[in-house]
Write a protein that binds this ligand. Sequence first.
Ligand code: FES
Length: 149
Amino acid sequence: MLLDEPLVLYRMDDELVVARDVCPHRGVPLTMGKSDGQGVVCPYHGLRFGNGGRCNKVPASPNAAIPARMQLYTYPAVERYGLIWTCLDPQDDSVDIPLMPHWEDPQFQQIVCPTVDIQAFAGRQLEGFLDVAHFGFVHTDTFGDPDNR
Ligand code: FES
């Protein structure tokens, strides 16, 4: 889930695919399906989506040409710094990734934090990470200390 957009992510050969989590056939979330090594398989009728989000298998019509509309709505995807980056702007086919020059530096320790599910608007979540003044009052059970702000 990114900014309230449900996403499905899968790997095809060397390609990482990030797409809207909606099967173009009947709208079933593809995250309910599975990957069979040749793509992600929808759990409803078994359509499979592979490279570029294109459908590459229709079990009910195995010899028919696959319609072009059987294509996932994909987003750009880049894997860097231990994370998968994407952009939900359909006009932008690039991913503007912040520069982290110390990531490859052995003098620094790289830490990828586990995900945290917060039921809040994305802007409010970001504000929470930037607002360090609340640490000493809200996070007293972990690292916060109201006398050390
Ligand atoms: S809804 Fe996905 S294959 Fe039919």
